[in-house]
Design a protein around this ligand. Sequence first.
Ligand code: SF4
Length: 347
Amino acid sequence: MSRIIKIGNVEIGGNNPIVIQSMTNTKTADVNATISQIRALSSAGCGIVRVSVPDFESIKSLKEIVKNVKIPIVADIHFDYRLAIESIKAGASKIRINPGNIGADWKVREVVRVAKEYGVPIRVGANSGSIKKGYTHLQKAEALAESALEEVRILESMGFDRIVISAKSSSVMETIEANVYIHSKVDYPLHIGVTEAGVGESAIVKSSIGIGALLIKGIGDTIRVSMAGDPIKEVLIAKEILKSLGKLKGPQVIACPTCARTEIEVEVLAKEVTEWLEGIDEELTVAVMGCVVNGIGEGKHADIGVTGTKDQAVIFIKGKIVEQVEKGKLKERFFFHLENLLGRKKT
Ligand code: SF4
C-alpha cells in the first residue's frame, strides 16, 4: 500500500479513494476561463486539477485561480526553479517538476526548502520521451521506471519525501510494466495514466486498459485519462473506469448491443438515460434492452430497465414488469419510474 500524502485538502494514498485528475487547456493567464474550466471539471468529478505555469504572468493568475476554486491545484513547471518557488507561494497544493531538469544543485535545494516550508508535495516522473541516457541499455519499461526513480532519489537525498511519482508512456504495456516496477521499489503514491493516448475510441481503450490493469493490481492513487480535446471528457471516462471496477459509487447504464430483434431505439434511449443520470450519486443499475426475448432475462439484475416488445415496451424493476407502455410515451414513463425509484424528482 502506498503512503498517505496530502495535496491541499485531499488525501491520497493508503486506503483513500482513487482521485481523478485532469488538466486545464485554457491559457493560465486567462484567469476567468481557467477558473470556470476548473469549476466545471470539479462538478464533473475531478478531484485535483493541474495547471501549466509557463511564465511569471501565469503566477499572478495562479494566485487568483487558487483563491477562487475549491479543489487543489497542481502547478506544472518545466525547468525554471523560480516558477516552482513562486507557484508554491501563490498557493499551489502540489508542484510538478523534475529536479533533474532544474540545473544547479542549489536551485533544487531552494525548491525543496520552500516546498517543505509550505508542506507542498512534489510530483516527479518520466515519460517515454524523457528516458535518461544512463538507462537506455535497459528494457524500455524498466528504463522509464528507473528514470522516474532517479528523480525520486534526488529529492530523497535532500531529505524530501512528500513525493508523488508518475511514469507514463503512450504504450499501454510500458505504462503498466513501469508502474508495477516502481510499486515494487518504493511506497510513494503513484499518479497513473497512459500519456498522449490520442483521440476518441483509441484514447478510451488505451486509458481503460492501462489504468484499469494497474488499479486491479492495487497500483495507482490518482488517475488521469489523457486525451486530446475537452478535459471534461477525461473526467467522465475516468469515472466510468472507477465505476466499472467498483471503486466509485454511482449509476451504471447497461444496454444490449442490438440485433435484428431490436424493437426500440436502444442507443438513443441509453444515451438519454445516461445524460439524465448525470449528477446522480446513488448506486443504481439501469438496463436498456432491445427485445423481450433476452431483454428482461439479461437485464434482470438491473434495478430498473426497459425492453422493447413488438408493439410496445415494458418497464421492469428488479426483473418484474411494472408497466407496459406505448413506445411514444416510453421515455416519459421510464423517467417517471426512475424518479420513483430514487425517491425524488430530478432537478
Ligand atoms: S436484448 Fe434482444 S435486441 Fe438486444 S441484443 Fe439481445 S436479442 Fe438482440
